[in-house]
Design a protein around this ligand. Structure first.
Ligand SMILES: Cc1cc2nc3c(=O)[nH]c(=O)nc-3n(C[C@H](O)[C@H](O)[C@H](O)COP(=O)(O)O)c2cc1C
Length: 283
């Protein structure tokens, strides 16, 4: 989620220690600053806190299109990242005052980057999800790992609108994008799907796994757990969530994540009632 300055590095080290204790992967925030200033790459060096769990580095698709790939490949190797996540965040770039808005040729560059990358590449959104044709495109260019990162959780247009004083325009995008469940349900299932975006409860985790995701990612609640309880706070939050997931799996008669996709384990509720209504998050 973060990194690149003292505070971000401190948070990353907390996240890394918690991830190692829990035995779960961790994704950093964008490593752009380390690309532009190689002397700052140490800020993303998390292997002393998390020597064994997978760590995913992160870079924006817009920045990827315009940077030196040999430098980027070297950085991923130096930092001992297990994979690189490339984030697509056009909504955020539009509302961020200092956003990069030159989107020309991004799809071709992404395809070429994946073809030459000596490590696994995860392509992810950042909270608005991918359109069905985009999901198919990503699978077609060999993005074996796609994090759908749908709407329903952190909304970066609202955050940037709030930061830049354009919150009224940003509110028009309060419900923008594709929901995590919708994408998982409709995806061509060619790539390996990861689910993030609004995953908050054990119920969300089980439904996402039942719809075919191989793993779930959580950002905002973990960030809040860091701020309120540090490493112990994150361990407590994730442990509680995992324990509840296991209880629900037991009661649903499922011994493995794979069994969650069995017909009849989860089904769409025809009487959606209140859940059809959206509560706008103001953060
Ligand atoms: C504090 C914070 C920082 C984030 N920074 C990044 C980032 O640098 N790169 C990225 O791909 N996503 C970033 N995200 C987006 C998350 O990866 C995720 O896609 C999004 O927040 C939706 O998940 P959530 O609903 O669990 O928060 C960030 C999210 C948060 C809350």
């Amino acid at each position: 989620m973060t990194g690149g300055d003292r505070k971000g590095t401190h948070i990353n080290k907390i996240l890394a220690s918690a991830a190692e204790a829990l035995g779960i992967p961790l994704g950093t925030g964008s490593i752009r600053i380390a690309l532009e200033h190689e002397e700052l790459s140490y800020l993303f060096n998390l292997r002393s806190e998390a020597p064994t769990v997978p760590i995913f580095g992160n870079i924006g698709a817009v920045q990827l299109a315009h940077c030196d790939w040999s430098k980027l490949n070297r950085l991923v190797e130096q930092l001992k990242f297990s994979a690189l996540a490339v984030h697509c965040n056009p909504g955020q770039e539009l509302f961020q005052e200092e956003g990069d808005r030159d989107f020309r040729g991004i799809k071709d560059k992404l395809a070429a980057f994946i073809a030459q990358a000596p490590f696994p590449v995860i392509v992810k959104e950042t909270g608005f999800g991918f359109a069905p044709d985009e999901l198919a495109f990503l699978a077609s260019i060999g993005a074996r790992y796609i994090d759908v990162a749908g709407k329903g959780g952190a909304n970066w247009i609202l955050i940037e609108g709030w930061r830049s004083g354009t919150i009224d325009a940003a509110y028009e995008f309060a419900d923008w994008g594709y929901s995590t469940a919708e994408m998982l349900e409709k995806s061509p299932k060619q790539g390996i799907l990861l689910a993030s975006g609004g995953i908050r409860t054990a119920h969300d985790v089980i439904v996402a796994l039942g719809l075919g995701a191989v793993a779930c990612g959580i950002a905002l609640p973990i960030f809040r757990a860091v701020l309120s309880g540090g490493t112990a706070g994150v361990i407590e939050y994730v442990s509680q969530l995992a324990a509840t997931v296991k209880k629900k799996m037991f009661l649903a008669g499922c011994k493995s994540v794979q069994e969650l996709s069995r017909p009849g384990v989860i089904e769409k509720n025809p009487d959606v009632g209140l859940t059809q209504w959206t509560i706008i998050r103001t953060l």
